[in-house]
Design a protein. Structure first.
Length: 148
């Protein structure tokens, strides 16, 4: 079942639309993805190359001799990954989708740098932004509600 989905950067300067064929997503644990996203892994959705309709062409960073990454230079949002030679699919960051809840992880990549302790966090305490005083008070002081 294909589905048209939208997404973009945090500041809204760069937006995209793409037709997604399935709900498959994956985590890449390689050191380049860790550094590119600032996380323990990058969560990606692979789409066919050339199928992303950008409203504004993203900025691109050549992160290695074989790959480049789209991002927004205004807010810093990482938007994906692509091979420089243009072969294979192109990845979009899961978090850049307007509604990433449809996607489900199906694989791990770059496992040579996987941090095992970060995979199963079910038993950790959960804190919600709207009920965390240090967060909620700052939003309230601005006359705003805590965003999701």
């Amino acid at each position: 079942m294909s589905k048209t989905m939208t997404g973009g950067c945090q500041c809204g300067r760069i937006r995209y639309g793409v037709e997604i064929q399935n709900s498959d997503a994956y985590l890449c644990h390689c050191r380049m993805c860790q550094k590119a996203t600032g996380g323990f892994a990058a969560a990606f959705v692979e789409v066919p190359a050339g199928k992303i309709a950008w409203t504004v062409e993203p900025d691109w960073y050549q992160s290695s001799p074989v790959a480049r990454r789209p991002f927004c230079s205004a807010c810093g949002t990482p938007l994906g990954f692509a091979w420089i030679d243009g072969t294979g699919g192109q990845d979009l960051t899961l978090g850049s989708f307007d509604d990433p809840s449809w996607f489900k992880p199906v694989a791990h990549a770059g496992c040579e740098s996987l941090h095992e302790a970060w995979l199963d966090t079910r038993d950790l305490p959960r804190h919600y932004s709207a009920t965390t005083t240090s967060v909620a008070e700052r939003w309230k002081a601005k006359g705003l509600e805590v965003p999701e």
